[in-house]
Ligand binder design. Structure first.
Ligand SMILES: [Zn+2]
Length: 215
């Protein structure tokens, strides 16, 4: 699971008010603490002989999570115990909670709540940013395609013909749109925010044009 998925799952649990045994165990113990408790020798480079394949030299890197460079075994404290004892994730979490005396039914500490709230607002801000950026890029590209269509549909065929205003709009705006798209694709998440601020007015107009011509 990626970090983002992990956080999404965490947030989902949080919003449903279900801080469960998994979360409690994960926030209390790391893979290396759990592994050495159950007998794994970890050297000073955080390397250990992997218990998930017949390993001779230390192939497993282990700290908060573990990763074996030989067999690819990877995960957190709960995955480790689940693999080591061939038990389910839930059983593994319960076993860790009981062996490490992690209280799972007490109310959350103030510190934990603070950290959850911090994660929550960071997560929501990031989600919000991503949605705004997706919307911005969608509008710009849709308008771009519209202009490209007008450009080929209405390009003048003889010098004395009246030039179609949609053709003029295309010719005037295509270079700027291409520039905005280039900048946007090369920018990171914070730079994209700046680009959106700068071109907000234009993009609102583009949105109106799209609504008028494509509904
Ligand atoms: Zn391994």
């Amino acid at each position: 699971m990626s970090e983002a998925d992990d956080l999404a799952l965490f947030m989902n649990n949080y919003m449903n008010n279900k801080i469960n045994i998994f979360n409690r165990v994960k926030e209390t113990v790391n893979a290396d603490q759990v592994a050495s408790y159950y007998g794994l020798h970890i050297n000073h480079n955080h390397m250990a002989v992997c218990p998930f394949h017949s390993d001779k030299t230390p192939s497993m890197k282990i700290d908060a999570r573990y990763y074996c460079f030989a067999c690819g075994a990877t995960g957190d404290a709960i995955d480790y115990v689940s693999g080591l004892f061939s038990i389910g994730k839930k059983e593994a979490a319960i076993k860790i909670a009981s062996d490490f005396q992690i209280p799972v039914n007490e109310p959350l500490s103030e510190e934990t709540i603070k950290s959850i709230n911090k994660k929550k607002s960071a997560y929501l801000i990031k989600k919000n940013k991503e949605n705004t950026q997706k919307h911005f890029y969608l509008i710009v590209t849709e308008y771009y395609h519209l202009l490209r269509k007008w450009e080929s549909l209405y390009s003048p065929t003889s010098p004395d013909e009246d030039i179609n205003s949609l053709y003029v709009e295309a010719e005037q705006n295509i270079p700027l749109i291409e520039y905005i798209m280039d900048c946007f694709l090369e920018a990171d998440i914070n730079e994209r925010d700046q680009i959106i601020k700068i071109y907000k007015g234009e993009v609102n107009k583009y949105e109106q044009r799209i609504k008028k011509y494509t509904s």
